[in-house]
Design a protein around this ligand. Structure first.
Ligand SMILES: *Cc1c(COP(=O)(O)O)cnc(C)c1O
Length: 358
């Protein structure tokens, strides 16, 4: 029988452009320098403490949640553990947005999954591009709040590496109170800890903060993230989350990563990476092929080149995989470089210097 599956598929899925994850974009076996996914450049030494898996896991492993509460100075009742921050992004839409009626809003250039998740569920979105050095356009956001249920702000922002002005975030919190949920995605906050907005959770009951173990904790392969908010929103999240979001090995390793000693280890690793970032920043500024280097508070640097495609391809052919951003609105000639080990940073600079000699 001649059967056309496309007749059954939701229209938004037929037209969906999926997230271009760094892993999908690839790099070959001989690739040895992964600087395209903002992963931590080396792995941390954890071992599974159990191999018993005949029982389902706890939905919200108690010790894991307690340790994250400790780490953030919150109550366990203010925390939900998720299958990465990506699951959290989607859970929030599922709770607050009616497909075909409500909107989410985000401010590009920013993380790509807000749009992809909305399109997958069938939720419309409004876009208010950033202005003046990647800052929020508050008047324009304010004009566009009708039917906007959730606003996603990534702070520090990916891929720009910049922080939003605190004054603007306060302003945004004021104009959204009672109308929309404000989600602050703090996936990279460990690289600039003083910018965290966790303290504001006490004052604003429409604020949600997202966290992950994928970046500073060096556990991107684990798939573990956290939602921080107030108990009322937590109860809603626990209604819609899958019964067993975290596999037993995931909560096992995540709980170890959040021990007192391992948090100290993470902080030291972050210091090292931040100093590599400053080194790379200074060197990049002196490369002939570079037009502009954007200051970063995170574990990546956005760089504008004179010919970004050439840089991207030449380095790719040498096994150095960067993230091309040039097709994104406002980012022509831009490439994002994740901060690697000191050696990896040196390789990037010497590859760029050779390129200038051609
Ligand atoms: C990497 C990243 C995430 C995804 O985190 P996971 O926990 O790995 O799903 C979320 N938000 C931003 C801004 C990111 O860069």
């Amino acid at each position: 029988m001649n059967f056309n599956i496309e007749k059954l598929v939701r229209r938004n899925i037929l037209t969906l452009v999926p997230y271009q994850s760094a892993r999908k974009l690839g790099g070959s076996k001989k690739t040895w320098l992964w600087l395209n996914a903002n992963e931590f450049p080396f792995s941390t030494p954890f071992k599974l403490s159990t191999l018993k898996m005949n029982r389902y896991p706890e939905c919200q492993p108690k010790l894991l949640v307690e340790r994250y509460a400790n780490y953030t100075n919150l109550y366990p009742s203010q925390i939900v553990a998720t299958r990465g921050a990506d699951e959290a992004i989607e859970l929030i839409m599922k709770i607050f947005c009616d497909p075909g009626k409500d909107f989410i809003l985000f401010c590009p250039p920013t993380y790509g999954m807000y749009k992809v998740s909305a399109e997958t569920i069938g939720i419309d979105y409004k876009i208010v591009p950033t202005i003046n050095n990647w800052q929020l356009n508050i008047p324009e956001i304010s004009k566009n709040l009708v039917n906007v249920k959730v606003i996603y702000i990534c702070n520090p922002n990916n891929p720009t590496g910049s922080l939003f002005n605190l004054k603007d975030i306060y302003h945004l919190l004021e104009i959204t109170a009672g109308k929309s949920i404000l989600v602050i995605d703090e996936a990279y906050i460990e690289f600039c800890m003083k910018a965290t907005l966790v303290k504001l959770l006490n004052d604003y009951n429409h604020l949600i903060i997202l966290r992950t173990l994928s970046k500073a904790f060096a556990l991107a392969g684990l798939r573990c993230g956290f939602i921080l908010t107030n108990k009322k929103i937590i109860d809603l999240l626990l209604k819609v989350i899958t019964p067993y979001p975290l596999a037993i090995p995931v909560s096992d390793i995540a709980t170890q990563a959040l021990s007192k000693n391992n948090i100290i280890l993470m902080r030291n690793n972050v210091k090292q990476l931040n100093s590599n970032r400053e080194w790379l920043l200074q060197k990049l500024k002196k490369c002939d092929c570079v037009e502009k280097v954007f200051l970063s508070e995170s574990n990546y640097i956005l760089v504008k080149f004179r010919d970004s495609l050439k840089v991207f391809k030449k380095l790719w052919n040498q096994g150095i995989i960067l993230r091309d951003q040039s097709k994104i609105l406002g980012l022509s000639q831009c490439v994002r470089i994740s901060i690697g080990t000191s050696k990896e940073c040196e390789h990037v600079i010497s590859a760029l210097k050779n390129l200038s000699l051609e």
